[in-house]
Unconditional design. Structure first.
Length: 81
């Protein structure tokens, strides 16, 4: 097992995360497990990570939100069960 030095602030945040995981999982969670959880979460992108990344031109905006969208909604019919 290796030793890793972290600041007091980082250690406090890791303990807070471990506490949150304890509450969520209903079992004891070590700081090591909390750190592993944090690192795994960092690798998985969330949908919200992509918010604001698409820069659209004025022409694209007109096409998407203008007549094309209006025509699409006119053709849409709810699915019947």
């Amino acid at each position: 097992m290796a030793t890793v030095k972290v600041s007091d602030q980082t250690y406090k945040r890791l303990n807070e995360l471990a506490g949150e995981l304890r509450s969520r999982l209903g079992r004891p969670v070590s700081v090591d497990e909390a750190l592993d959880f944090a690192l795994r979460q960092k690798r998985k992108p969330n949908l919200t990570d992509f918010g604001g990344t698409w820069s659209m031109t004025d022409e694209e905006e007109k096409r998407i939100f203008g007549d094309d969208l209006h025509r699409m909604w006119k053709r849409w019919k709810p699915q019947r069960e």
